[in-house]
Design a protein around this ligand. Structure first.
Ligand code: FES
Ligand code: FES
Length: 908
């Protein structure tokens, strides 16, 4: 067979059963991505004789004699195809992992299809954008600003530097490289929720042709670890191993096979014989805390940072200010209810995975899809007792993270395989593995009690939280503490009490996920505020205005924090409330709905500390190039959060140049100083501050050098239009670079940020919904979010972060749900059964910014990537309650969940 790809004939024959996706990638067309390998996401879309198809579903041989077009060939001889240019103009992407497939589908649409984009794009999922920017691209809108003068980049809607590569399919993600002599790793996973491994017979597996090694717990270091990565190791318990001799959830790694091909590794996995001693399993978190319950981690103690292993408690917290019980007894109105949040997944389109190899200097290299390369290097160095300079961890572009890649799920087993075999190795998780064996949001039971006086002033707030951390305690404590802090610290109230328990169960581990616990508790807190307001006849907006903290108020949540570095760097919560209320009251399209539809409004707010506590470190270095441009090196990773754009804007503004003169190198432990990682929205607030400091120091150096040459006072010098100027004198950066060469002393500067003090950011979300009382169907008629991000570094990108956060949260609030059966098995580990929001599912959100200037953040900016998610489910729950008069306490708010109560209330 011969295959024509982008006009070139390839004579290669596909292997028996090989799909077109893998065949095209083996031919070097890396723009063809894998998101699911099941026809559900569209990341693998190519054109077959001009028609978009999911190449993962097409046997490669069926493409014989037909014309295949991948993103690399879409523009033909004319450079960029108009749709590629349209995606650049509109910046219709964030991480960019879906973009190649999305562009190919969009490029093939006819006029009729363009009038029904919901249907036309149902085969292409984007997890990042919320689809508005994609729609803009199709409609030909331009969202980027045209030329921006030197020194004026900050606060402007500048495009992502990687955009041209992304739209052409040339951006390189983790697996977009050919490696000679590569071996493949496949994992055997536990079929049991709880079992001891008695023996593993590897003989048959080792007999499979092409198998190089089978790794079991006997090969793994005995050191206890957490998969969670934090700057401070004490935040997480040591409760697992790379390969353990006890498995505690269905899907846990049992053994790894390293082989010449994926097929050989899979076959060897099937031939492993494991003798398990089945242990009693706990699926329900309530039962996990019951007296006499089986113990999941009997050998762990406080020394392992496990609070009380005998009670399956990995972490707990208790505290009270004032006297909540007494206050409730005398309150004019009270509210009490129990809410249940469910298990949802990040569903980043690029699954976890990486490559590892030993280089000629004996350095262990790991190229991986991570948000935390430096913390992963430190962990690998510790586990394998290697000097830090003998381990390098880096990432290319990352295809989405959302907190799920603040973990070490694959790098440890990759390192073990590379060290054992001495060969380069690759492990790429499947979509099913992603669901059953990585991490999820912590499901929580939240019991709330709240009271207020007759004037609507809160008198009491009490939260009792049970958090299900699953089989391991990665992020268990920090997520629970976070859930119990800003959620109530944003309200003034003299009496507050919290009790929090994070328990082990024999289910897939929970972990870090955008919002980090706040979305779960906000559903309860924001419902309570509304219910108290309703009893008092006060509007939900006014009730909040009467109680929110204002600058000068202590932001309190018990027990007292040991960290006292959270300040009001700027404050825009009141303006966010005003903006949303005004927008919700403004005229809009009137829905044409029958009387069966009940209409209601809801609002919810959130506050978030702009940096995780206990230190978050970032280093940056910047150096002047020979051509008068600059090399900027930072450790933070880019996974669609836009920080690579913002860092260049900060540096260009500080150095009076343009962003195209800033060459950025990032997320590589071999270059630059330490960076805690791209989580907690720290990419702008912390790492951006390090960049700002480095750029300011370099600016001072440049001024001093020019002043030295002119024999004038440095104070008379300033930077302007890519030069140092003093009066009528002007020395360009290129001339300064020449001066540096002559003196043999290059201009370079370093900046650092320790992530303290911290500031607070705010978001307010409003919804108008219609609920069909006969069917439970829910429609979103209006979605508005206002955000206080300080001075907005890049309005276009920040709007995208808000829209993407709302879309992701709406997916969780409306349909997404991981279902776990009584045996602890995830029963829907596929996109099609899990239901990610597609183009047609996501309403457009009106986004507003409250203008503040933060005194702590770089150039007045604050973080804004995880917090837009936080108030969404809470506001939706409030809107549904307003429409129906029924308080639903357990998302997702699917029709079948809403219908029984609606039927009960409204049946005739
Ligand atoms: S990878 Fe083919 S549709 Fe998802
Ligand atoms: S930009 Fe679409 S999945 Fe990330």
């Amino acid at each position: 067979m011969s295959l024509e790809v982008n006009g070139t004939l390839f004579p290669q024959e596909p292997r028996a059963g090989q799909c077109l996706r893998t065949f095209l990638r083996e031919l070097g067309h890396f723009g063809v991505k894998k998101g699911c390998d099941a026809g559900d996401c569209g990341a693998c879309t190519v054109l077959l004789d001009g028609e978009p198809v999911h190449s993962c579903l097409i046997p490669a041989f069926r493409a014989g004699g037909r014309a295949v077009t991948t993103i690399e060939g879409l523009g033909g001889d004319h450079g960029a195809h108009p749709m590629q240019q349209a995606f650049l103009d509109a910046q219709g992407f964030q991480c960019g992992f879906c973009t190649a497939g999305m562009i190919l589908t969009c490029a093939s649409l006819n006029q009729a299809q363009r009038t029904d984009l919901g249907t036309a794009l149902k085969g292409n999922i984007c997890r990042c954008t919320g689809y508005r920017a994609i729609e803009d691209a199709i409609l030909g809108k331009t969202n980027v600003e045209e030329r921006v003068e030197p020194g004026a980049a900050f606060g402007r809607s500048l495009p992502a530097p990687a955009g041209p590569e992304i739209v052409r399919g040339q951006a390189r993600y983790t697996f977009d490289t050919q490696v000679d002599g590569l071996l493949h790793v496949k994992l055997l996973r536990s079929p049991h929720a709880h079992a001891r491994i008695v023996a593993i017979d590897t003989s048959e597996a080792l007999g499979v042709a092409g198998v190089h090694a089978v790794l079991t717990h006997e090969d793994a270091p005995s050191v206890l670890i957490s998969t969670a990565r934090h700057e401070k190791d004490w935040m997480d318990p040591e409760d697992t191993r790379i390969l353990d001799d006890v498995v505690r959830f269905v899907g846990q790694k049992v053994a790894a096979v390293v082989a010449e091909s994926e097929a050989a590794a899979e076959e060897a996995c099937r031939r492993l014989k494991v003798d398990y001693e089945i242990l009693p399993a706990l699926i329900d978190p309530e039962q996990a805390m019951a007296p006499g319950a089986p113990v999941i981690h009997p050998d762990r103690t406080a020394a392992n940072r496990v609070a009380d292993a005998r009670r399956n408690l990995v972490a707990e917290t208790h505290g009270e200010y004032g006297d909540v019980a007494a206050a409730l007894a005398t309150s004019a109105v009270t509210y009490e209810a129990t809410f249940h949040s469910h298990r949802v997944q990040h569903a980043a389109l690029e699954t976890h995975g990486g490559l590892a190899w030993l280089d000629d200097d004996g350095v262990l290299n790991v190229r991986t899809s991570t948000q935390v390369p430096f913390l992963t290097r430190r962990a690998l160095s510790d586990i394998f007792e290697l000097p830090m300079d003998k381990v390098r961890v880096f990432c290319e572009r990352v295809g989405g993270g959302f907190g799920g890649k603040q973990e070490m799920f694959v790098e440890d087993i990759l390192a073990l395989a590379a060290l054992k075999t001495g060969r380069p190795v690759k492990l790429e998780l499947t979509r099913e593995e992603q669901f059953i064996a990585t991490s999820t949001r912590h499901p929580m039971r939240v019991h709330i009690k709240a009271g207020a006086d007759a004037d609507g002033k809160l008198t009491a707030l009490q939260l009792d939280v049970l958090s299900n951390t699953g089989a391991y305690g990665n992020h268990a404590g920090p997520v629970m503490f976070h859930a119990l802090s800003e959620s109530i610290a944003v309200y003034n109230c003299p009496n507050k009490r919290v009790d929090g328990f994070a328990v082990y169960t024999n289910t897939v581990p929970s972990g870090a996920f955008r919002g980090y616990g706040l979305p779960q508790t906000l559903i309860a807190v924001e419902a309570a505020i509304d219910e108290l307001a309703r009893q008092l006849g006060i509007s939900p907006y006014d009730m909040r205005r009467r109680n929110i903290v204002k600058p000068g108020d202590a932001m309190l949540s018990p027990p007292p924090s040991e960290f006292h570095d959270v300040l009001y760097g700027s404050y825009g919560l009141d303006r966010c409330l005003d903006l949303v209320e005004r927008a919700m009251q403004a005229d809009g399209p009137q829905p044409d709905l029958s009387p069966e539809w009940l209409i209601g409004d809801g609002v919810a707010l959130t506050m978030i500390d702009t940096v995780p506590p206990a230190g978050h470190i970032a280093d940056a270095t910047i150096a002047l190039n020979n051509d008068g441009g600059f090399d900027l090196t930072v450790g933070t990773a880019e996974f669609g959060n836009g920080t690579s754009t913002v860092h260049r804007q900060i540096a260009a503004t500080t150095l009076a140049t343009t962003v195209d003169r800033i060459r950025l190198r990032q997320s590589d432990t071999a270059h630059g100083g330490h960076d805690t990682g791209a989580y907690g929205s720290a990419g702008t607030f912390v790492a951006g501050k390090a960049t700002h400091e480095a750029a300011m120091r370099l600016a001072t150096e440049l001024k001093a050098a020019a002043a030295g040459a002119w024999l004038c006072d440095t104070a008379s010098c300033l930077l302007d239009d890519e030069a140092v100027v003093s009066g009528v004198r002007r020395m360009s950066f290129a001339e300064l670079a020449k001066l540096a060469r002559e003196h043999g002393q290059p201009f370079a500067a370093h900046g650092n940020s320790g992530g303290t003090p911290r500031s607070v950011g705010f978001n307010v979300q409003g919804f108008r919904v219609a609920v069909n009382k006969g069917t439970g169907e829910l429609r979103i008629l209006r979605s508005v979010q206002a955000a206080d991000a300080g001075i907005v570094a890049n309005p276009m990108q920040c709007r995208g972060q808000v829209e993407g956060g709302v879309a992701q949260a709406l997916g969780a609030a409306l349909y997404e749900e991981m279902v776990i059966d009584a045996d602890g098995r995830v029963t829907n580990p596929k996109f099609r059964d899990y239901h990610l929001p597609s183009f047609a599912d996501v309403p457009r959100t009106e986004v507003f910014f409250a203008e503040t200037s933060d005194t702590i953040g770089p150039l007045g900016a604050k973080s804004m990537s995880e917090s837009p998610y936080n108030p969404v489910a809470a506001a939706l729950g409030n809107a549904i309650a307003d429409a129906t008069g029924i308080r639903f306490t357990a998302p997702p708010f699917k029709p079948d969940r809403l219908f029984p109560a609606l039927y009960e209330k409204f049946r005739r």
